[in-house]
Design a protein. Sequence first.
Length: 430
Amino acid sequence: MAQSMLRDAETEALLQDMAEPLVAAAGLDPGNVDIILLQDPSVNAFVAGGQAVYIHSGLISEADNALEVQGVIAHELGHVTGGHVIGISGGAKAASNISILSLLLGVAAAAAGGGEAAMGVIAAGQQAALGKFLAFTRGQESAADLAGADYLSKAGLSGRGSLEFFKKLQALEHRAGYYAKSEDTFYRTHPLSRDRIQTLEYLYQQDPSWDAPSDPDVERRFQRIKAKLAGYLSKPEDTLRTYPASNQTVPAHYARAYAYHKEAKFADALKEVDALIADAPEDPYFLELRGQVLLEAGRPAESLASLRKAVEITRFQPLIATMLGHALIATEDKGNYDEAERVLRAAVSRDRLNPQAWYLLGRIYNSRGDTARARLASAETQIMTGDPGAALSSAEMAAASLPESTPDWLRAHDIAMEARTRIEQRSKRR
């Protein structure tokens, strides 16, 4: 999952701002809830334990406005507050109990000489187990629907977006040639879309927030992010077809900048970025993009001014600071390494789960002959990118050379312990 995450400072800031009123309405601490974007074209969102909501990039692409995504976030928060990830094991256990009982009855029937009867009992038991488990998950989905509607209401957000998105899901089913029948309910993990729409339509239209307008600033930012994501993920020809040169809006400039950048048409990309900066010279995300284009065009020294300004405006936003650190190292000027270390240390102090920053720090330490800290930085990167064996080796070598009881020495032991636990868990699963 770490490798499929899409990290972008502007996108993460928007998603957190979109979720904040809903998180508060759910009675949770906004500082403890993460909204994580995954690179996946399917239209989906989920929770997987803890207080994190995962959203697929395909969902952002399919949504027409911010309210639609906020409706999805509200629903997923309903799963969080309902403890549904933990509760799923209870549903599975109840289903397995039915399966085990049917298996025992089947064995008894076989012992009595009824082979066909035994198979019938076992098959019926499996069907009953499946039905019980699916009914359990449908109940969770219905509960999350109702909780999400409540959180939208408490946050003063209209349910129009949520309703529109459920209708989109129904349209996607129809587009795939599936038209639900009432008897299909038994085989579904979710209630029928039409039933959910009818229930929510009644709830939302009774709510005082039904006619409330969407936040214009959030909507403006959402359209930027949607275009940015399209430019980054789509084929350049598709992006340029959706956002032709005749479209001079901010989202269109954004999308085309990424499309040209992907095609290595750096002059065209810079032209689009400079058009954005001309209208908003203090926008840190436009400055970040300008720095990125120059850096990846092999002109790191030229990227520094834009990236330094973006870091200053955002007060050392970790992902932007990491890009500045990368640019400073890419100049191959050892005189820039002290500044690179400062910005990268600031980045990991605010966001430890940043493998790129740790990798770059490792390069700096290695260039200075500080092998112990270079190995510690490697261990940080390896544990985050799913290589506990390498992380254990790097952490143990780092600990052997670091001064005892220092913060770095303690961190090396922490990583080693975590790596051993992960290795043990993997061996048990096998």
